[in-house]
Design a binder for this molecule. Structure first.
Ligand code: ZN
Length: 174
């Protein structure tokens, strides 16, 4: 069946608006989750990212690979570029990246090269994740930068979202 003939299912998930008062890891991950929902609404694989610095969000982005036809347009890369622009420096030493899925080889590399302080992700990816899932780029023996890593924040809602998206895609393709 030619899937171009019918639009994809609307996203059945709602955005979540956490209290601004408690800016903990879950707070920022919900913002990344909301970005992932925006990705779905544009028929992109729902992965979202935000970057926080000093209690403020300095970047937020979602996967745009298909709409831009750019293989590097992953949420993390777009967010890192935004963040560097926001602070006027490619070094993001004091910043934390929140992303709904463990970064791929490209994005894991980019988190190291931008010298992020911390990476927090929701869902581990044993196939392509390169911050411990399939491989750990953060453990490169001669690297002069180490990220602080936290995994599993809001894992369930972020996993439900991406799994539902791929279930829908499989139905459309059959
Ligand atoms: Zn990536």
């Amino acid at each position: 069946m030619n899937t171009d003939l019918r639009p994809s299912q609307p996203c059945p998930f709602e955005k979540v608006f956490p209290s601004q008062l408690d800016r903990n890891d879950e707070f920022y991950m919900w913002l990344a989750y909301n970005q992932a929902i925006d990705a779905w609404k544009q028929d992109e694989v729902p992965i979202g990212a935000v970057i926080a610095l000093g209690g403020e969000v300095i970047a937020s982005a979602h996967n745009q690979r298909d709409s831009t036809r750019d293989p590097t347009a992953h949420a993390e890369i777009l967010a890192l570029t935004q963040a560097a622009r926001a602070i006027g420096d490619w070094r993001l030493n004091e910043a934390t990246l929140y992303v709904t899925k463990e970064p791929c080889p490209m994005c894991s590399g980019a988190t190291l090269m931008s010298r992020l302080k911390r990476v927090v992700y929701a869902v581990a990816d044993p196939k392509m994740g390169c911050l411990g899932g399939a491989l750990d780029l953060n453990a490169l023996p001669h690297s002069n930068h180490r990220l602080q890593l936290t995994a599993g924040v809001l894992e369930k809602p972020c996993l439900d979202l991406v799994q539902a998206y791929f279930r829908m895609k499989r139905r459309e393709d059959s």
